[in-house]
Design a protein around this ligand. Structure first.
Ligand SMILES: *[C@@H]1O[C@H](CO)[C@@H](O)[C@H](O)[C@H]1NC(C)=O
Ligand SMILES: *[C@@H]1O[C@H](CO)[C@@H](O)[C@H](O)[C@H]1NC(C)=O
Ligand SMILES: *[C@@H]1O[C@H](CO)[C@@H](O)[C@H](O)[C@H]1NC(C)=O
Ligand SMILES: *[C@@H]1O[C@H](CO)[C@@H](O)[C@H](O)[C@H]1NC(C)=O
Ligand SMILES: *[C@@H]1O[C@H](CO)[C@@H](O)[C@H](O)[C@H]1NC(C)=O
Length: 371
């Protein structure tokens, strides 16, 4: 039987043409794919693009090919062989919402609790350490995430460019409820060019150890994400680390060619949580944001050590952070310092307590009056 399975697996590998296939403990199948055969190189604007090496001056660069442990698939000791990158085999796209939708529809039902800057400036990168949540997501077509945004252009002109990265629970896209490391980009306000992970051409992955779309291990309560625009060639480099790593592993880059407005710099940067409530004309669904706790709780989700890169090209702490939430009746956000905040919800879990408390209160008062 074992031999049969082995033969079948081998046949599959040969037939499909992958050099190595790795089975993750959570059921994901990971194909180590030739780095030059990755989706990015099918992008018409990247026809003449040459695969870039990691810039030597990339900040917080991990020196060696570290043994990573923060993703579930690492438990099988997994890294892909030199010259290949791990790509998660597609499973759940047919139930997903990745197919393009009309611009107006895209943000309907989306709710945010985010931190941003009170001033406008030219931004060339950001770094943040964020807790990884395991929020409940009520409906398959809803998601809950914690992420950063680097944005230029506008919705109004239809040229909004955005680079996004973080963790996301999205059953309609990944067919389960684990928080997964994800990336996203758009160059036309989420209409035609909107792309999750490596599911379409754009992002160039260089790492053989980080699995985009891979689940984040329960043992990794937080991740650090850095995005830095290479001042020389203009590509936006993504690095990631777990827990309290002081050095970060480069994952790859968004080539400057694929953008319009973001080819120069980002005009805005944001960090925080987002959920989708599909029942936007009825009763709000029970989807949680962050960890499902309000900022008043010690268990609330957080973003900390916020840094940005401005003209001088160095990372520096934010000093004019402001926070806001689009549906304060459900999800809250609280600034804890110039460089950190906590966020999440929903409120109604708390509201239930308040109602019970006041019932008890009135009950006691009535008792008091009776006697
Ligand atoms: C934002 O900046 C303006 C102008 O500099 C200032 O008046 C305002 O108080 C700031 N808002 C916050 C919330 O810090
Ligand atoms: C996606 O669709 C398949 C087949 O229709 C189904 O078996 C699976 O449960 C669905 N996944 C989710 C997360 O609903
Ligand atoms: C990371 O640092 C924070 C604050 O310094 C500390 O509370 C936490 O225990 C550290 N986590 C790990 C996994 O070392
Ligand atoms: C949507 O809202 C309606 C009306 O408020 C409610 O009856 C229904 O149960 C809600 N659906 C979900 C999935 O929450
Ligand atoms: C926070 O930033 C303001 C400037 O916006 C500065 O005056 C203040 O000292 C900073 N607070 C801390 C704790 O660094």
């Amino acid at each position: 039987m074992v031999t049969l399975c082995f033969c079948l697996a081998l046949t599959l590998c040969v037939t499909v043409g992958f050099s190595t296939t790795i089975q993750s403990p959570d059921g994901d199948i990971v194909d180590c794919t030739d780095i030059l055969a990755q989706p990015a190189f099918r992008h018409p604007l990247l026809k003449d693009h040459k695969l870039q090496e990691t810039p030597k001056n990339l900040p917080n660069l991990a020196k060696d090919r570290d043994e990573l442990t923060w993703q579930t698939w690492h438990r099988s000791g997994s890294t892909c062989p030199e010259g290949t990158i791990p790509i998660r085999r597609e499973v759940g796209h047919e139930n997903g919402t990745t197919n393009s939708r009309a611009g107006a529809e895209v943000t309907q039902g989306h709710e945010y609790a985010i931190g941003y800057l009170n001033s406008t400036m030219q931004i060339y990168g950001t770094k943040v350490t964020m807790s990884v949540g395991h929020p409940k997501v009520d409906q398959v077509r809803e998601f809950s995430l914690g992420q950063l945004w680097l944005v230029a252009g506008s919705y109004k002109k239809g040229d909004l460019n955005s680079i996004e990265a973080g963790w996301q629970v999205f059953p309609g896209l990944y067919s389960d409820f684990q928080p997964r490391f994800f990336i996203f980009w758009t160059r036309d306000a989420y209409t035609r060019y909107r792309c999750y992970n490596l599911q379409c051409a754009g992002f160039v992955q260089t790492s053989g150890t980080v699995l985009i779309e891979g689940a984040i291990s329960l043992m990794s309560p937080q991740i650090t994400i850095q995005i830095w625009k290479d001042p020389h060639l203009g590509h936006w480099w993504l690095s990631i680390g777990s827990a309290n790593d002081t050095v970060l592993t480069p994952v790859g880059y968004w080539p400057t060619e694929i953008f319009t407005c973001l080819s120069d710099y980002a005009e805005r940067v944001q960090w925080g949580g987002e959920i989708v409530n599909t029942n936007f004309s009825g009763r709000h669904t029970t989807t949680q944001m962050g960890s499902g706790y309000l900022p008043s709780s010690a268990k609330a989700a957080y973003m900390r050590d916020l840094e940005i890169v401005t003209n001088n090209r160095d990372f520096q702490p934010t000093d004019d952070l402001i926070v806001g939430t689009t549906n304060p009746a459900y999800y809250d956000i609280k600034k804890s310092s110039n460089t950190s905040f906590s966020y999440g919800g929903p409120m109604h879990a708390g509201a239930v307590h308040i109602i019970i408390d006041s019932i008890v209160f009135y009950f006691c008062i009535s008792l008091f009056l009776l006697f």
